[in-house]
Design a protein around this ligand. Structure first.
Ligand code: C6P
Length: 407
């Protein structure tokens, strides 16, 4: 296990007071904070070798290209990809999912086909499929979530017919925290000939990722939730699938040959990276991956499981609280959404902010799930590598205070 207090020293943003109290940052599902090695790597790029990639025949451009491609290799190793050519840099999870919907989806789906997703998806894993369905005549179906926050696997089996061409599922819910049984789902999906897309936005930052073991076909995730900057994300897909997929964006860098009549596409992965990429951000992502790997992803998961166990137990002592998602810490990640009596979640978040505690309040981009739960909004605390049990105590005490003030 790593030393959380030592880790905290690497995060400048955590060394401050907010509203006169030490900042307790509990909005990690929205975005994580950034450690010094990531900040410094980007600073060094801009100070010492800022240049475009894959273009310049001069030293600092070659250095930038090497650093950019090195980041890709680091990410490939981090998720255990067979080849770095399967790692496509995007802006974020949303772009990765849209890329699949507009390219693979557009080329392979037709009227009568089904895209199977779930009721606990983020909008990023719902709307691109609704739009694809509208363009192709396919249908989107949703695996229900039961009252304990688990996917209804009997319903999944029932919905998984030969018409299903894609199972697009989150690995971990950003609202309920639920971890999806992706191994079982992928095996069953492949048995009916469907491909599997994993929304790894919440899982990849928080637990070990081995895409070869997962046996999925697409995995999308965001750098900014795993210590890296905003503006950089990853789409991983099998080489055979990527080779067949048409490009998403077209323009510079993604071509081999262009004439006034037509064009040929570049090799993988550059075929999917049109235009000047987010160079500093990709380099930052490479350093973020180094940082997480030095901690060990099993340790990251272990730390969050211990903290979430404590949080569930401690928060249940707050009068009037209702926590959503599985009770078992092994079945969930560290996103803990709750309501506090009839107090509006925005008011809860505002009182917590006064105590220096940053949480998210709202629908967390899971509006259909909130509607199903009969809610408009929840307050959500979410943990990461630098959070401490003392911060859970501060949250619980501040919630007691909120209830006294507004309850
Ligand atoms: N969830 C949250 O506060 P982007 O915005 O593209 O980096 O990630 C989208 C996304 C996709 N799937 C899941 C499961 C997610 O949680 C998110 C982002 C943030 O919960 C911001 S809405």
């Amino acid at each position: 296990m790593f030393d959380v207090n030592a880790v905290r020293q690497d995060f400048p943003v955590l060394q401050q007071q907010v509203n006169g109290k030490p900042l307790v940052y509990l909005d990690n599902s929205a975005t994580s904070q950034k450690p010094l090695p990531v900040i410094e790597a980007m600073d060094t790029y801009y100070r010492e070798y800022n240049a475009n990639v894959h273009r310049g025949i001069y030293s600092i451009s070659e250095k930038a290209s090497e650093a950019y491609e090195m980041a890709r290799k680091k990410v490939g190793r981090f998720i255990n990809a067979r080849s770095w050519r399967e790692v496509i840099f995007t802006r974020n999870t949303t772009e990765g999912i849209n890329l699949v919907a507009y390219t693979w989806g557009q080329a392979n789906l037709k009227a009568g086909d089904v895209i199977l997703t779930s009721e606990m998806e983020h909008h990023a894993n719902i709307i691109p499929w609704q739009q694809l369905a509208a363009r192709t005549g396919a249908t989107v179906k949703y695996v229900p979530v039961d009252e304990r926050g688990y996917l209804d696997m009997a319903a999944f089996d029932h919905l998984l017919t030969a018409r299903v061409k894609l199972v697009a599922i989150t690995q971990m819910s950003n609202t309920l925290g639920t971890i999806t049984p992706i191994g079982e789902m992928a095996q069953k999906a492949h048995a009916v000939g469907a491909l599997v897309l994993l929304d790894g936005a919440q899982a990849v930052p928080h637990m070990p990722t081995d895409i070869q073991a997962f046996d999925c076909d697409f995995l999308a995730f965001s750098g900014h939730k795993m210590l890296a900057p905003t503006g950089i994300g990853v789409l991983w897909a099998r080489k055979e699938i990527l080779a067949e997929m048409p490009p998403f964006m077209t323009g510079g860098d993604m071509i081999k040959r262009v004439t006034f009549e037509d064009s040929d596409w570049n090799d993988l992965p550059w075929k999917f990276e049109a235009g000047t990429p987010a160079i500093a951000e990709a380099i930052g992502l490479g350093y973020a991956v180094d940082y997480l790997q030095a901690l060990g992803m099993h340790n990251v998961r272990q730390h969050e499981m211990v903290l979430t166990t404590y949080a569930l137990q401690r928060l249940h002592q707050v009068e009037g609280i209702r926590i959503y998602g599985p009770d078992e810490p092994t079945a969930r990640g560290g996103a803990v959404a709750f309501t506090l009596g009839n107090i509006h979640p925005h008011d809860v978040a505002a009182v917590l902010d006064g105590e220096g505690i940053a949480v998210r309040a709202g629908h967390h981009c899971t509006m259909p799930l909130h509607t199903k739960l009969g809610l408009q909004a929840t307050t959500r605390a979410s943990f990461y590598i630098y959070n401490l049990p003392e911060e859970v105590d501060r949250l619980a005490e501040a919630l007691d205070k909120t209830r006294e003030l507004l309850g």
